[in-house]
Design a protein around this ligand. Structure first.
Ligand code: IPE
Ligand code: IPE
Ligand code: MG
Length: 245
């Protein structure tokens, strides 16, 4: 009997996306399909992101942003929100060792004010510990919303004007960009969303202006390294024009 080999996914390592954004969606549906509570999906989903970041780092991807909790996710039942926050804290405790061992950097994007003091402190601690690492910069988006981010940046810009650091007539998009949570990082090149949904759900509204979208019906806990390779290989076939010809 002959076994059919998986078709090799060819990746051009000289043309990797610099920044990959991931909307990790479908944890609840994954659990439901198995008759498990939604929280089981979130637990497995947390394991998935660990392996995907590790693989992206191994491949030489420089920036990755994963959407873990949106400013709108507070609308969920308190029990689910509490469980997600516990899971995030545990994840961040693990990340301390995992990220540092693999030379990766962690950064929070999102508004920290509504997060618990423990989560805020743990994030600060891991950000500080990993800041001089030279591998992938991994942004974890918690209490993140694109509109909140832009509003926050606009407020900061207003302060610059009030302090006389900037004059209103000189404001450019670059000035606003400097106050985003991702200041100094390149825009998202490739945006991946799992679970078959084809929407942004308030993710990185500014940074995805020229991103290539890649969707899959797979639910996030089932996403694996091969899927990441598929998305990248597909990205490499796209003709990006940025408004030119
Ligand atoms: C994504 O999975 C994780 C978070 C939003 C925290 P969901 O929890 O949205 O799963 P579905 O979309 O209900 O299946
Ligand atoms: C987006 O997923 C947020 C995260 C993945 C953290 P949602 O499941 O919250 O988005 P909608 O509600 O389907 O748009
Ligand atoms: Mg969802």
């Amino acid at each position: 009997m002959f076994l059919k080999r998986n078709k090799e996914i060819e990746i051009d390592y000289d043309n990797l996306p610099e920044h990959i954004g991931i909307i990790m969606d479908g944890n609840g549906r994954w659990a439901k399909k198995r008759g498990l509570p939604r929280t089981a999906g979130h637990k497995t989903g947390a394991e998935t992101i660990k392996k995907i970041v590790r693989e992206a780092n191994r491949m030489g991807i420089k920036y990755m942003t994963a959407y873990a909790f949106s400013t709108e996710n507070w609308k969920r039942p308190k029990s689910e929100v509490d469980m997600l926050m516990d899971l995030l804290l545990n994840y961040l405790k693990d990340a301390e060792r995992l990220m540092h061992e693999d030379n990766m950097r962690l950064r929070l994007i999102g508004s920290p004010n509504e997060l618990s003091p423990e989560i805020r402190e743990q994030i600060k601690h891991v950000e500080e510990l990993t800041k001089n690492n030279t591998g992938i910069l991994w942004n974890i988006a918690i209490n993140y919303g694109g509109r909140e981010e832009i509003t926050h940046a606009a407020k900061e810009l207003y302060k610059d004007i009030e302090n006389g650091k900037k004059s209103i007539d000189d404001i450019t998009p670059d000035d606003l960009e400097k106050h985003l949570y991702t200041a100094g990082q390149p825009d998202v090149d490739l945006l991946i969303r799992t679970s078959g949904e084809q929407r942004l759900s308030n993710f990185m509204l500014w940074q995805v202006s020229y991103a290539e979208f890649w969707y899959t019906d797979k639910l996030w806990p089932d996403f694996d390294e091969q899927d990441l390779h598929r998305a990248i290989a597909d990205f490499q076939q796209r003709g990006r024009r940025f408004g030119g010809v």
